[in-house]
Design a protein around this ligand. Structure first.
Ligand code: NAP
Length: 286
């Protein structure tokens, strides 16, 4: 079984991205800028934000980090997003999710100017993706497509099955696979006989959000399995360790290729965020 290593794909793409950022700076006399807003002190979110800021800076982009207290009001956050929308040095505005319960996530996302939305999650950007006029695609499914491309896994004409239909992963994943000419099936919690459907897939993307949910019997021989899940269970054999939605160890000798967790899809999400920021900066600066 071929191990599809997202860390290797991300490192490879970073070399080209670093060159593209240097070319942008030479042309425009400034660096692409990404602003990240964090509300509260959720430990996992703090790690994600720190990694985004660090990657941004290591690539020569400008990063702007804003930490708002857990008690910040929705109005405070919207005002911050509007400030960043107007700031000519900021090309991408990212509000780290999840937000505290008293803040309406949809309202915040929709306040981000779509031309500065590197997560690709505003309705305008999702609509452009659906309409075949992609500006930027959501980072995680876009990262999955980059893994398939890196390992030269053919997509056109193949049967792709996506498990999950969230706006962040499942639905844009299905659209990207469709754009690449796969025949796509989307599964969700009401799908009857899930395994019969996943076993039909040449490429199966699992984004179900349930730790170690699918094992080897869910996939046909020779399938390509992409595990988007990301969990750190508090108890059980994987306590304190990262694991995915798939029982990776059951796949060997059965499927053709699969992404592990960690070092599968995870590193690609941040890489595609950086690529999306440069793309938006290029579109904004002309
Ligand atoms: P989500 O919003 O919770 O969506 C989960 C989807 O799985 C839903 O569409 C749900 O169906 C479906 N589902 C739940 N139980 C099912 C079942 N028994 N059979 C079939 N489908 C079922 O999760 P998400 O945001 O898409 O994220 C999915 C996973 O990816 C999570 O583990 C998350 O941590 C991970 N993730 C990783 C990255 C990364 O960088 N690697 C980025 C984003 C997310 P319904 O719609 O019917 O409820």
């Amino acid at each position: 079984m071929l191990r599809l290593d997202g860390a290797v794909v991300a490192q490879t793409r970073q070399i080209q991205l670093g060159k593209d950022i240097e070319a942008f700076k030479a042309k425009h006399g400034k660096a692409p800028g990404l602003a990240v807003v964090l509300v509260g002190a959720d430990p996992a979110s703090q790690v994600y934000v720190r990694n985004k800021v660090r990657t941004c800076e290591s690539l020569g982009m400008r990063s702007f980090r804003f930490d708002l207290p857990q008690s910040a009001s929705e109005a405070d956050l919207l005002a911050k997003v509007e400030d960043l929308n107007r700031d000519p040095d900021v090309h991408g505005v990212l509000v780290q999710l999840p937000l505290p319960g008293h803040i309406d996530e949809e309202k915040v996302l929709e306040t981000i100017q779509p031309t500065k939305d590197p997560d690709g999650l505003t309705y305008e950007n999702l609509g452009l993706l659906w309409g075949g006029r992609k500006r930027v695609a959501p980072c995680t499914p876009w990262g999955v497509m980059a893994i398939l491309e890196h390992y030269r896994i053919p997509v056109a004409g193949r049967r792709a099955v996506v498990v999950g239909r969230s706006n962040i992963v499942g639905k844009p994943m299905a659209q990207l696979l469709l754009d690449a000419d796969a025949t796509v099936t989307i599964c969700h919690s009401k799908t009857k006989d899930l395994r019969a459907t996943t076993r039909d897939g040449d490429i199966v993307v699992v984004a179900v959000g349930k730790e170690r949910f699918l094992g080897g019997d869910a996939f046909r021989e020779g399938a390509v399995v992409i595990d988007v899940g990301m969990h750190r269970p508090e108890s059980g054999p994987f306590a304190g360790r990262l694991c995915g939605d798939v029982r990776y160890e059951e796949l060997d000798g059965h499927v053709a290729a699969a992404t592990p967790v960690p070092k599968g899809v995870g590193p690609m999400t941040i890489q595609m965020l950086m690529e999306n920021t440069l793309r938006l900066a290029t579109l904004l600066e002309g």
